[in-house]
Write a protein that binds this ligand. Structure first.
Ligand SMILES: Nc1ncnc2c1ncn2[C@@H]1O[C@H](COP(=O)(O)OP(=O)(O)O)[C@@H](O)[C@H]1O
Ligand SMILES: [Mg+2]
Length: 330
């Protein structure tokens, strides 16, 4: 299943993503971690040092390779150049699976070692560099993640955890609809809650499963505030963590030493994510990617590619778990 952590900058998206990733890895779950924030912090939160974080390949820089691989033999996509971030898979496209090796992972993913010989594959959008000051570049960078998610077929018990960028950027694309579960991280503040309200509006329009994780919650007053403002969407809360503080200093204790209340919160997230997968509707998932593709094609893609990109849609294709067992097109 695909899981996103969203919320205001500084609320704890990266921290909670990394804790959840460590939790899943400790459960020996097959897993891919994605840093979709241009401010690359997930690698560090998973224990990479500065040099290792800087050496992570940027998905944004690998777009030609990604497109060429995913396009496969799909006759509706004539070239990698005409493929945009929302181009949906169809007959002949190659798909990504959580448990496999493929050229996309080879180019973009790095294995990060965690406790007890557990490890996780990490992919990163890539940092925002001086040369990216043009808006289009920024979107194409984040687009690599969306393209991969749209071509990723995952089964139950397999996880893709995405640390999302702050702000409402993901609403312009279809990115925010690509998840079985979206965890919105909110501090017990008016700002934290207002980001939740905004997200909730979009979530409602697109039938997105959204749960709030309160973070840096201290005492009954904080909890009362979140309960009153968020109601039943409040899934669980995480308190201030000395474990996280130690990790920030570059000295993470063993993961099993994370405070028990915070470990329990992670188990709650895990259960909630698992139950969301049972409600997954592949047809709707595919329909939504087509919806956002047509929207993007019309607003800028057709002009950029000088072609009618609506023709890329394969009307009979449904991204589906059964494709897990189908061999990849040559
Ligand atoms: N539960 C927590 N306990 C202690 N420190 C936390 C906790 N959650 C977040 N932090 C700290 O708050 C800061 C911002 O968190 P971060 O995860 O980077 O936010 P975001 O990714 O949403 O911008 C970091 O320094 C992080 O270590
Ligand atoms: Mg972050």
């Amino acid at each position: 299943m695909k899981i996103a952590f969203v919320g205001k900058g500084g609320s704890g998206k990266t921290t909670l993503s990394s804790l959840f990733i460590r939790h899943l890895a400790a459960c020996r779950a097959p897993l891919i971690a994605v840093d979709a924030d241009i401010n690359q912090h997930l690698g560090a939160a998973l224990g990479l040092d500065e040099a290792e974080t800087a050496a992570l390949p940027a998905m944004g820089a690998q777009l030609p390779l990604i497109k060429d691989y995913l396009r496969g033999t799909n006759p509706r996509i004539s070239s990698a150049e005409t493929m945009i971030k929302t181009t949906p898979p169809g007959e002949g496209s190659r798909l990504l699976r959580v448990r496999e090796d493929n050229p996309v992972y080879e180019a973009c993913a790095r294995t990060v070692r965690l406790d007890d010989d557990t490890e996780v594959r990490l992919m990163a959008t890539g940092p925002f560099t001086e040369s990216d000051l043009g808006v289009a570049c920024y979107h194409s960078k984040v687009g690599a993640v969306e393209l991969c998610l749209n071509h990723l077929v995952d089964g139950p018990g397999e996880y893709v955890v995405v640390d999302m960028t702050a702000g409402s950027d993901s609403f312009a694309s279809g990115m925010f609809t690509r998840f079985d579960m979206t965890f919105l991280v909110a501090e017990p503040t008016r700002k934290g809650v207002s980001v939740y309200r905004q997200y909730k509006e979009y979530a409602r329009d697109f039938g997105i499963a959204l749960k709030v994780v309160g973070n840096k919650v201290q005492g009954a007053d904080d909890l009362d505030f979140l309960r009153a403002e968020i109601g039943e969407d409040l899934l669980t809360t995480v308190g201030h963590s000395d474990w996280v503080r130690a990790m920030e200093k570059g000295r993470p204790p063993r993961f099993e030493l994370l405070e028990e209340t915070n470990r329990e919160a992670l188990r709650t997230l895990h259960r909630s994510a698992d139950s969301s997968y049972d409600r997954r509707d592949w047809r709707r998932y595919t329909r939504q990617m087509v919806h956002f593709h047509l929207k993007n094609a019309e607003s800028w893609g057709n002009a950029k590619a000088d072609a009618d990109l609506a023709a890329q849609v394969d009307p009979s294709f449904v991204l589906d778990e059964r494709l897990l067992a189908t061999p990849q097109p040559a």
